[in-house]
Design a protein around this ligand. Structure first.
Ligand SMILES: [Zn+2]
Length: 265
């Protein structure tokens, strides 16, 4: 069974005890989808929120860290797929947070075939703000740069921000959508999206590969083996911060795999 479906039916099998990723960033996602809580000092920021069926895990996780979900001021969605945005409206209404999304993904709302959602359970959500190039999203200690990286969806955005880890300031980066599943001819044709998304995707990867990201964050924990690295880490040492090699190797891997699957892109 696909994990997105299995995690909807058996969410209790996807529990992850939250853990710190950087000094003010916490992993609050589940085993399948990443969510990240940022403590700005002036309210909380949440990046991605997974599905309605796993929302209780997310809320439990946030509370277990000693935070109140009602303090979430900003809800930043990487792209409008059910597994990242499904719980957005429930969370928005519960917390009063401002919901941000890439402009080109707004037309996905209400369309289960675009959201990759079950038509019987197609989430409706209201977007409060869209990312603007050159305009970072600022709250407390964080200034988050959202960069348009279309491909996986037309409006997918990647996030870059500074925090501290192991006693130094580092650049954290999360690519907003690395899956190839939505870029096949069959899928693009079925939902009337342009094949040029494949070139956009590749160009984005090649651009982002050059960024000096010293702390790579996975939109799914599997992307950078977040859960394994946390499990195997030396106590007292942040296992995610490095010299930029994890990020670069991750982007290289995706570029090579993409070129293999889509030689004409
Ligand atoms: Zn997706």
């Amino acid at each position: 069974m696909m994990k997105v479906h299995d995690s909807v039916i058996h969410p209790w099998n996807y529990v992850v005890t939250p853990f710190p990723v950087a000094d003010h960033v916490y992993y609050v996602g589940n085993r399948w989808v990443g969510s990240y809580l940022l403590d700005s000092g002036k309210g909380l920021i949440l990046i991605d929120c997974a599905m309605p069926q796993t929302l209780y895990l997310l809320l439990d996780g946030i509370r277990s860290l000693g935070y109140d979900p009602h303090d979430i001021r900003l809800l930043l969605i990487s792209h409008a797929h059910y597994d990242h945005a499904g719980a957005a409206e429930a969370l928005r209404r519960y917390t009063g947070a401002q919901l941000w999304l890439g402009r080109d993904d707004v037309p996905f709302i209400g369309h289960p075939e675009l959201l990759l959602a079950d038509p019987c359970n197609c989430p409706d959500f209201q977007v409060d703000a869209c990312y603007e190039p050159g305009q970072p999203i600022c709250l407390g200690r964080f200034s988050i740069r959202a960069e348009h990286t279309p491909g996986h969806t037309p409006g997918a955005h990647s996030f870059f921000f500074e925090d501290t880890a192991n006693g130094r300031t580092i650049l954290c980066g999360m690519h907003g959508g690395l899956g190839f599943n939505t870029m096949s001819d069959a899928f693009l044709d079925s939902v009337h999206l342009p094949h040029s998304l494949r070139q956009d995707f590749l160009q984005g990867l090649e651009r982002l590969r050059e960024y000096p990201v010293q702390l790579a964050i996975g939109s799914h924990p599997s992307v950078f083996h977040m859960l394994e690295r946390w499990q195997e880490h030396t106590p007292g040492v942040n296992p995610f911060a490095d010299d930029g090699s994890t990020w670069r190797a991750g982007m290289e891997d995706r570029i090579a795999a993409f070129r293999k699957q889509f030689p004409d892109a």
